[in-house]
Design a protein around this ligand. Sequence first.
Ligand code: FES
Length: 238
Amino acid sequence: MAVVTLKINDIEVAAEQGKSILATAKEAGIAIPTLCHLEGVSDVGACRLCMVEVKGSNKLLAACVTQVAEGMEVHTHTDQLKNYRKMAVEMLFAEGNHVCAVCVANGNCELQNMAIATGMEHSRFPYQFPQRDVDLSHDLFGIDRNRCIFCTRCVRVCDEIEGAHVWDVANRGAQSRLITGLDQPWGEVDACTSCGKCVDACPTGAIFDKGSAVGEMERDRTKLEFIVTAREQKQWNR
Ligand code: FES
């Protein structure tokens, strides 16, 4: 196992080659904000909240998808980064229809928490008010696409942990749309095992248990971590 040494916020750390800056910083006790990262599934660098400054690079790099390298000098909480993160959260709020007062995840929402953490009071960007649909065709769950931030956690958890690949993102840019199956109503997708992993993975109130009232949705991420750990350690066979 090759080990590299680098500096994060002027602290010297050693890390296994191939590890991400995000994981290395976490081990060193430095928390970098994230939204699309979910322990146990691959990283895609979708939310850009984990951006860091790396000496010698003329652009900001996403810590979750950037590997550590020998001699790297990383800064994770400069004023520029704090402003940038606040702006990224403001854009997420402006891009969807996030009405916390009527959301099942109110009080348990990672987007809401991020807005508080970054000091966001309002969005400086024009609200887009996109026309997005709600799908309640599944017996147990629902999706309100107005609250989706395209983190793709549901896509990855369903594909990589459950192996069902029910979720996907169709189209690009402002036309992006989270779809189930071949863009069918969720309740008609035979591949869905109704495991609820997507519900536990969703950071906002987009995917929810049917029947949840405002502020009732609390996610249980420990279930996902438990499955990943058990798989890695082959605990099923004992
Ligand atoms: Fe790295 Fe979202 S956590 S881009």
